[in-house]
Design a binder for this molecule. Structure first.
Ligand code: PRP
Length: 190
């Protein structure tokens, strides 16, 4: 394998771009079966889920006999917390552009960690009477779950490390890396 130079602050790649693509394809196949012939709203949660929403959407379009049509919408939330662990307080920054009542809605997230963000979204969006509401999450990080929240489609299990890349940031940096990587410990606060 070709040696690559990692950006400053990155210790090692923990999930490669190929592994991410394969996980998106697996999720897309399961989602396509479930929503075959139905109109689906993929609801990406910004900013972290930007890339997985785009790639999962395109992987879904490649599966024969999937949803009759796929629409994209986005919602932006942020969780308060310290530099690298969220507190559980979730704040809505930007709502969907279209109403979801009567629609089949699939929330798309990059990661579920303590679970507060997805729990908040499922409760808020569930109150709007969608025809169905499920969640697809690329990375499940089950080690510090604070609330029990259902996730219907999981791409991969995340190691118990602070990771960045493919949408995940540290102080807004590293989101555009095409892989998931571990930060050097000296970058993080003690
Ligand atoms: C991250 C991530 C999820 C959430 C998961 O978002 O994108 O939305 O945290 O964490 P939880 O399960 O512990 O609640 P963040 O609030 O950092 O905003 P971002 O997507 O803009 O990075």
């Amino acid at each position: 394998m070709q040696q690559r130079t990692l950006p400053a602050g990155i210790e090692q790649v923990v999930i490669s771009a190929d592994e991410i693509a394969a996980a998106n394809r697996r999720m897309a196949e399961a989602i396509a079966r479930e929503y075959a012939g139905r109109s689906l709203v993929l609801l990406g949660v910004l900013k972290g889920a930007l890339f997985v929403t785009a790639d999962l959407g395109r992987a879904l379009a490649e599966v024969p006999e999937g949803p009759s049509d796929i629409q994209l919408d986005f919602i932006a939330v942020s969780s308060y917390g310290n530099a690298h662990r969220s507190s559980g307080e979730v704040r809505l920054i930007q709502d969907t552009t279209h109403a979801i009542e009567g629609r089949h809605v699939l929330i798309v997230e990059d990661i579920v960690d303590n679970g507060h963000t997805l729990h908040y979204l499922r409760a808020m969006l569930g109150n709007r009477k969608p025809a169905s509401l499920r969640a697809a999450v690329l990375l499940d990080k089950p080690y510090h779950r604070a609330v029990d929240v259902p996730v219907e489609y999981i791409g991969l299990t995340c190691p118990d490390e602070f990771v960045v890349g493919y949408g995940l940031d540290y102080q807004e940096r590293y989101r555009t890396l095409p892989y998931i990587a571990k930060l050097r410990p000296e970058v993080l606060p003690a």
